[in-house]
Structures are given as C-alpha cells and as structure tokens.
Design a protein around this ligand. Sequence first.
Ligand SMILES: NC(=O)C1=CN([C@@H]2O[C@H](COP(=O)(O)OP(=O)(O)OC[C@H]3O[C@@H](n4cnc5c(N)ncnc54)[C@H](OP(=O)(O)O)[C@@H]3O)[C@@H](O)[C@H]2O)C=CC1
Ligand SMILES: CC1=C(/C=C/C(C)=C/C=C/C(C)=C/C=O)C(C)(C)CCC1
Length: 307
Amino acid sequence: MIFLMDLQMMLLDVIYFILRNSLRVILRPRTKPIDGELVLITGSGGGLGRLFALEFTKHGAEVVLWDINSNSNEQTAKLVREMGGKAYTYTVDVTSREDVYRNAELMRKDLGRDVTILVNNAGVVAGKRILDCPDELIERTMKVNCHALFWTVKAFLPQMKAQNHGHIVTIASVLGLFSTACVEDYCASKFAAVGFHESLAHELLSEEVEGVKTTLVCPYIVDTGMFEGCKIREEVELLLPPLEPQYCVEQAMNAILVNQPLVCIPRLTYLPVLFRLLPWESNVTAYRFMGSDKCMYPFIETTKKQV
Ligand SMILES: NC(=O)C1=CN([C@@H]2O[C@H](COP(=O)(O)OP(=O)(O)OC[C@H]3O[C@@H](n4cnc5c(N)ncnc54)[C@H](OP(=O)(O)O)[C@@H]3O)[C@@H](O)[C@H]2O)C=CC1
Ligand SMILES: CC1=C(/C=C/C(C)=C/C=C/C(C)=C/C=O)C(C)(C)CCC1
C-alpha cells in the first residue's frame, strides 16, 4: 500500500517537474543575487574563463582567478579591475593536488574568507588521432578535465557544506553527453566530468544539503580557438553555427543564477542526447548525413600546423 502511494507521489512529482521546466523556458524564474559572493574560476585566463570573470563582476561578485598561465590571468584581472571589480590572481596547475590544496589555503589566508561559487572551467584537448597522440597528452587531458574537479571540490566543498551555502559549476561539453571521432581523450574526460558532477549533485541532494547548488554546463563548439577548424555539413551548420563566446557565457550565467542543474547550449543539442536511445547504426547514419562523423578532421589538421 505504502509502495503504491509512494509510486503515485513520485509520478505526480515527475509530471510536475516536466511541466515546471517546460514553463521555465518561457517564464524565466527569478535570478538569485550574487553580489558579495566570492567566485573561484579555473582557467580564467582563457576564452570562456575570462568572460565568466567579467560576467560575475557585472553581477557584483568578487573573483578569484586560477590559471596555469600567469600572463593571461593577470590580463583578466586587469579587465575586472577596470570595471571596478575585485580580482585576486593565483598561478595554479589544477592537475596538481598539492598545488590546488596549497593555493586554497593561501587564498583563505589572503582574503580571510571562503569561496562560495566554484566554476571548474579549465580544459584542454590533445587534438590528435589516438594512435598519433603521445601518452602524456592523453594523461594531461584526463588530469585537467576530470581529475582536477576532484581536487578543487575537495578543497572548497567542506566550507560550503558547513555554511549550507554555495554553488558548484562544471563547464563540461556536449561531448560529455554524446561523442564523435578523433577526440577520444576529450570525450573520455568530459563524459567523466559529467559523471563526477552528477554523482556529486545526487550526493548533496541525498544528504539534503539544500543550500549547495550545482550547475552542469554543456556547450557546443564555441569560437574561442580551442576547436579551431571543427566543422559539420554546411547546411546543418546554418542551423547549428559555432557559438559566440559571450552568448555561451550569458546562457551559462542565466542557468547558474536560477540554480538550473543542467544546461546544454544551444538547446538544439539536447536532441542528440535523446538520439542515443536509438540503435547505434541509426546514429552512425545520421552522423554521416550531418557531417558529424568527420567534423574533427579539419581541427586535427589545424592542430598539426600549429606544432
Ligand atoms: N571552446 C569550445 O569549443 C568549448 C569549450 N568547452 C570547455 O570550456 C572550458 C573553457 O574552454 P575555452 O575557454 O574555450 O578554452 P581556452 O583554451 O581558451 O581556456 C582554457 C584555460 O585553461 C587553462 N589551463 C589549461 N591547463 C590548465 C591547468 N593545468 N591548470 C590551470 N589552468 C589550465 C589554459 O591555460 P593555457 O592557455 O596556458 O593552456 C587556458 O587559460 C573548457 O573546459 C572546455 O573544455 C566546452 C565546449 C566547447
Ligand atoms: C556529433 C554530432 C553533432 C556535432 C557535434 C559537434 C561538432 C560537437 C562539437 C563540440 C565541441 C567542439 C565541444 C567542445 O567541448 C551534431 C551536428 C550536433 C549532430 C549530432 C551528432
């Protein structure tokens, strides 16, 4: 009897959330204020990381900028300060546990407060076919895109839980939800990032840590140069052009500010996630039609030329 009542409640809840989320596309829910929050962004010297720093600053938050590249990171801090914002830079290799923990402590001592929003954004890709790819490059991708998430979350989640206040944001990729050829290192690391993030979100919910929110961001190709050359069939590209970095970050910010658990940018990329339920061969045929099977070939050629 109790089982049947639980089942009925669960089904009603499922329907309620489907309706609520569909309505949210039209009627945007109220955004949360983040002025005064301390936001840590990894990979803040890069294309999306820098724009995240500027967007958080616009909303009145202070930013802690972590990047392996001091020059580009200082450049981001300069832009934040020119806007009247507060930025604190640290040169950190997020693949090194020791570096992450040491800099987390250093930052606590310097600022006397804790990070309340963590944006795990640093990311790399080898840009080589698996058999041409040195082992070290494959390991680097796994360490930056996946292992680093464990170290940063372990460094900052305890205080968020203690305060019952915080937000963990993972910048994954649509290539963490479906795959394509010649980016084995990247897809493996981003599928792992998605798995990590979702498991963490479930853990917080099952422990009823209501105050610590999570947002998983899965963008399609963004024009930052990271995937220079990546190309699908021209006719399909008209429907699905590479994203402007600013648009991508604004969409991600909208999701973060309403505590949305997952966002695929653009929305059209939710479709291939559903298609994964179809037979593998159907997907292969659709990939061939859309030129998605070989979309990384020109990207790999571009990377070859850069070396
Ligand atoms: N661009 C795209 O098409 C898409 C990107 N994404 C994801 O978005 C995120 C940002 O990408 P994007 O801005 O385009 O990339 P960028 O290469 O422009 O920026 C990445 C930044 O991370 C830094 N970084 C690399 N390794 C480390 C490390 N070990 N420790 C600390 N920082 C490091 C880079 O430094 P350095 O320059 O010195 O290497 C760079 O400043 C990534 O996670 C990426 O996977 C998702 C979907 C699409
Ligand atoms: C595979 C595939 C597609 C192409 C996807 C591409 C080209 C994704 C590139 C993503 C990148 C570069 C992400 C970086 O993190 C389509 C056309 C959506 C159709 C469905 C299957």
